[in-house]
Design a protein around this ligand. Sequence first.
Ligand code: NCD
Length: 360
Amino acid sequence: MFSDYQHLIDLSDYPVSWWTKVIELGEKIKNNPSDFSHACDGKIMATLFYEPSTRTQMSFQTAMIRLGGQIIGFDNPANSSVSKGETIKDTTKIVSSYADILVIRHPVAGAAKAASLTADCSVINAGDGGHLHPTQTLTDLLTLKIEKKTLSGLTIGMCGDLINGRTVHSLCKALSMFENNKFIFISTPELRMPQYIKDIIKANGSTFEEVNTLEEAIGNLDVLYMTRIQQERFSSVEEYNLQKNTYVLDRKKMMLARKDMIVLHPLPRVDEITVDVDEDSRAMYFTQAKYGVFARMALIITMLGEKKPTELLKGRIYHSVKCDNPNCITNHEGYLPKSFLSSGDETLLECEFCDERKLI
Ligand code: NCD
């Protein structure tokens, strides 16, 4: 199934050379922003945010305005026809006939992919549930490129809610495509990185280890990527309460880190980094959020400039098989095709919308 438009649902849908071109363009824009101030004159971007956002939404909007384009959209679906029960299919169909590019954030995994099936313009995934967040990854890669001067040979610690954090899922998939990167996952046993991400890391030839404390890892890191415990993705407050406050990066722990380690965080921060760390020159999270505008400017220019059709679904449709993930969009919007990929082994299927695996 093909679409006439180019979409960004998952960075893995593109070769690494495409991402590096976007990042290089992001660096150029950072150095000479005024050269790009008319790059999107006359174009309209729609931001459909079904979930709260500060940085992602505003940096997309800022990016489009800085490129000379204009913006429409909603940040509270309660004020749109979504509150009357409109499906993603219908909302997308209509909005994509108003706009040239559509940016969607949704609490359900696979929602951006679902939107791309019916959109009459390019769709960008700005976060789909606990699944993926490719434009945060472009921001992270641009930050690493500028601040560490490389995307290879890095030891990256990822700390916090690794099971629910979509930013770390997308970032692992991306960084494992570059040579000699090593991951250290710092989390409680309950919040470990999902198996499918660990399998991708291994298949890409990178290595990882899992530890329980920040103290045992921090001294070996080039990059520490902190994340918030994602309260909204827990099934009960009790379960969240058991996990919160486990990892707190403070000045004392920063003393154990290397002089050239940098600290990233997609933000928002809750309490996992104490405010006194902000004064440390290795704290790079506010700069990272600033670079998000340049990364998104580069992405918008690229997507509006290229006119390559996208292959939407590569798998096989199984009419009688249901995805086991209750937070998969195929279990929320019944008209969607139940499309699964199988990697040789016909008994192990992977949902094309949310990556959940099931044995049949
Ligand atoms: C992240 C997100 O929404 O996934 N924030 C962001 O986009 N900058 C991280 C988070 O919410 O914890």
